[in-house]
Design a protein around this ligand. Structure first.
Ligand code: MG
Length: 388
């Protein structure tokens, strides 16, 4: 098995960060950002030794950030990121590993499994390295002359490169040595190690990682990571069948031999989801916001209830992470309508469809749902809200 040493670059001064400490030493959940990054690398299969590159004068911060982690002495970086990496590589060259995984200390959320996938890709035959990244989702605009948009850049084939970036050690060291004498203008364009490797003609592949692997750049990034907490709450609802020919479920009308009875459109799925979301912020239940005794809610479409709950959550600075719904009935069959229901709930709640799950079960003929007297729905909402 090839050896891979992690080289963690913690030499930046972070002029955009604005905190009292460089961002890699700032606290995130009671531990320095650098500590989190090292812990993630240590947990990744295939990563052996680790070495950190720091700025001269940061030794005290480094000691405080690496307590309990067995590391060789740090390497002092250079005048630019590129020269800092070169110093780190030269420090490893005496006992060179087969591969080196270069990682920004300011990316503490990297997943060990993604690091392992990147290493896997880097060690493939005829490949010199691999980079973790995500395909671009935003539209790219070119802006000139003040704020005037002068064009849209096609985003197909465009990715955001993250770290770790993992390379065969010897060719990367050579590439960095070759780039070291470049003038400032050329060197500034080499913003990551892959750019240095590409310049040397090395073959580098992109590995799909996670958007969570964000680089902490501003105190706002850190505040957000620090101050949001995850909450989960449950919702439950039942409506009985009545004469009719459609049931409303998840905001769509399903043809059926009966309808659901209720004060509103009796959409048991949206009611359970609404209660789950209200539960995450302790905002009571659907009956409190939309009393059945109030005639204005008679026959109303239940997407309104769900939107109201999502709005209350947004007012508190929160956002939905995931919605999971289980429908319990013998009929109608949910399977054929599952995808449409996911789309409908995602649209009403303002979410990507990958954040919505719809499941269904029967009760094997037992109980009121088994006797086809009605439909029950259970929902779990997971949200992020500002820490109270
Ligand atoms: Mg209800």
């Amino acid at each position: 098995m090839p050896t891979c040493t992690a080289l963690i670059v913690a030499a930046g001064r972070g002029s955009r960060f604005g905190g009292p400490l460089p961002k890699q030493y700032a606290l995130l959940g009671g531990r320095p950002v650098l500590w989190h990054s090292l812990t993630a690398l240590r947990a990744a299969p295939g990563i052996g030794r680790m070495r950190v590159v720091i700025a001269a004068g940061d030794e005290r911060h480094y000691q405080a950030s690496t307590q309990g982690i067995d590391l060789p002495p740090p390497v002092v970086g250079g005048a630019s990121r590129q020269l800092s990496v070169l110093n780190g590589l030269e420090a490893l060259a005496g006992e060179p590993p087969d591969f080196v995984a270069i990682h920004d200390a300011a990316r503490p959320f990297v997943r060990p499994a993604d690091i392992a996938a990147c290493l896997d890709a880097a060690t493939a035959p005829a490949i010199d390295g691999a980079v973790l990244g995500v395909a671009l989702a935003d539209t790219l605009k070119r802006v000139e002359d003040g704020n005037v948009i002068s064009g849209t850049i096609p985003r197909r084939q465009l990715w955001r490169a993250q770290t770790p970036q993992i390379f065969r050690f010897a060719p990367l060291l050579q590439a960095h040595r070759a780039a070291a004498p470049l003038g400032a203008a050329e060197a500034t364009a080499l913003t990551d190690d892959a750019a240095v490797a590409e310049r040397a003609g090395l073959k580098i592949v992109m590995v799909a990682g996670s958007g969570d692997n964000l680089k902490i750049t501003t105190t706002e990034d850190l505040q957000r990571a620090l101050t949001m907490e995850t909450r989960t709450a449950f919702g439950f609802d039942v409506h009985g069948f009545a004469p009719g020919s459609t049931v409303m479920l998840g905001g769509i009308a399903l043809p059926h031999v009966q309808a659901l009875s209720g004060h509103s459109d009796a959409d048991v799925a949206l009611h359970a989801l609404t209660d789950a979301i209200l539960g995450t912020i302790g905002a009571g239940d659907i009956g409190l916001h939309f009393p059945p005794s109030d005639p204005q809610w008679r026959g109303v479409s239940s997407d309104r209830f769900l939107r109201h709950a999502v709005g209350l959550l947004a007012e508190r600075g929160g956002r939905i992470v995931h919605l999971d719904l289980t429908l319990i009935c013998e009929a109608p069959r949910i399977g054929p309508h599952r995808e449409a229901m996911v789309d409908s709930i995602a649209r009403i709640a303002g979410l990507g469809r990958d954040r919505v799950s719809v499941k269904a079960t029967t009760t094997e003929g037992l109980g009121f749902t088994g006797r086809r007297e009605g439909i029950a729905a259970q929902a779990v909402a997971t949200v992020e809200v500002p820490r109270s």
